[in-house]
Design a protein around this ligand. Structure first.
Ligand SMILES: Cc1cc2nc3c(=O)[nH]c(=O)nc-3n(C[C@H](O)[C@H](O)[C@H](O)COP(=O)(O)OP(=O)(O)OC[C@H]3O[C@@H](n4cnc5c(N)ncnc54)[C@H](O)[C@@H]3O)c2cc1C
Length: 339
């Protein structure tokens, strides 16, 4: 367990906001976590972060930021095609994806290169290229701050939906995740049906049999051409959720524009990419001060110069929301969590 006061958080959020926390506490197991939670005088409120890649701090944080240093990746192989992997919440999620792919295990290769830690991946129901965490999650082991006990939640208990889970709603702040167990497969099971993934993978890998590592490499290649590298440009990835609209609203838009990219959901609503809506507003590459709408992917707001303040990001966020509302009567909501 390690506690630091007046902690600089600029290296702990991928937007690179220059903010501080009154205290920062890191633990490597249940005992350390319990000790932190029962420590008198630690500034409140508490905020658990992972890699800070989905957070926007709007200023200094007056309480204590908690961080998991729970490590370890244990593969449980029962000799069946299914292999379980129990991953410490503080492990890099992409590090785990790389390790699983190197062992020839299918399941997480499409999720390669998503920043952040394993614990947060289960909170966020991260998704990319047709796969979401819910498709590969077996269970979550978490400390329940209400009962003071460890609990194990199965995939259904986590109530996953698009970038959503019980951890972001009714149980917000209640569970601190220590381990996530994923179910992987030895059986040949590439998932290439999303968008242009198959074409992109085949372009890199040819027409033969694929390995998880081949798919991972192709996905990493695609992502590098589209998204800013967090080491170079501050961002939190997709800033906005893709909106779901009614069939009528979609048709009204489709009658005004030649080709509206869309996806019809099982419940009849229509998902329209927020990136397309933002681009139609002429905001792709638009900048205000030190903040910008990323020139290659308008769903991403970037700290373009490294000097952007929280206010500049928030002001650009509002500009995008207002522009899309004025043109399409669709209210974009942020995927990024505002602190
Ligand atoms: C360049 C870039 C690309 C991205 N691409 C994608 C993408 O393709 N798909 C996608 O889904 N996301 C993407 N993201 C968003 C982000 O990477 C994910 O949301 C990621 O899961 C956040 O992980 P983190 O460890 O940084 O968590 P943080 O942002 O620090 O925290 C996220 C949430 O998890 C909670 N949390 C963290 N750790 C724990 C824990 N141990 N127990 C309980 N709660 C916890 C926090 O309180 C917070 O609510 C991208 C981000 C960037 C910067």
């Amino acid at each position: 367990m390690r506690i630091t006061f007046n902690k600089d958080l600029s290296a702990l959020n991928t937007f690179r906001m220059k903010v501080r926390a009154a205290a920062f506490a890191e633990y490597s197991g249940l005992e350390g976590l319990r000790a932190i939670l029962s420590m008198p005088g630690l500034p409140r409120p508490l905020l658990h972060i992972g890699g800070g890649s989905n957070l926007l701090f709007s200023g200094d944080f007056k309480g204590t930021v908690l961080h998991s240093a729970v490590k370890g990746i244990l593969f449980i192989d029962n000799g069946t095609p299914e292999v379980l992997a129990r991953v410490g919440a503080g492990e890099s999620f992409d590090g785990f994806c790389a390790l699983a792919a190197s062992k020839g295990l299918w399941g997480t290769e499409n999720l390669s290169l998503i920043p952040g830690e394993a614990g947060a991946a289960a909170v966020q129901n991260i998704g990319a290229y047709g796969v979401e965490i819910k498709d590969v999650l077996e269970s979550v082991e978490a400390y329940d701050t209400v009962s003071g006990e460890m609990v194990t939640l199965g995939c259904e208990d986590c109530r996953y939906a698009y970038r959503d889970s019980v951890f972001k709603n009714e149980a917000k702040g209640r569970y601190i995740i220590l381990y996530v167990t994923f179910k992987l497969s030895r059986d040949y099971s590439p998932r290439l049906s999303y968008g242009h993934v198959e074409a992109a993978v085949r372009e890199v890998c040819g027409s033969g049999t694929l390995t998880p590592m081949m798919v991972r490499d192709a996905i990493v290649g695609i992502r590098k051409t589209k998204l800013p590298a967090v080491e170079e440009t501050g961002s939190a990835g997709s800033f906005f959720r893709n909106p779901f609209v009614s069939r009528e609203q979609y048709e009204a838009i489709a009658s005004r524009y030649e080709k509206v990219p869309h996806f019809i959901n099982p419940d009849g609503t229509v998902k329209i990419p927020a990136a397309w809506l933002i681009e139609q507003c002429g905001l792709k590459g638009y900048s205000e001060g030190n903040a910008a709408v990323y020139h290659k992917q308008p769903l991403v707001i970037v700290n373009a110069t490294g000097e952007a303040t929280p206010d500049e990001i928030l002001s650009l966020e509002q500009k995008v929301i207002d522009s899309v509302w004025n043109r399409f009567s669709i209210r974009l909501s942020p995927e990024v969590e505002h602190i």
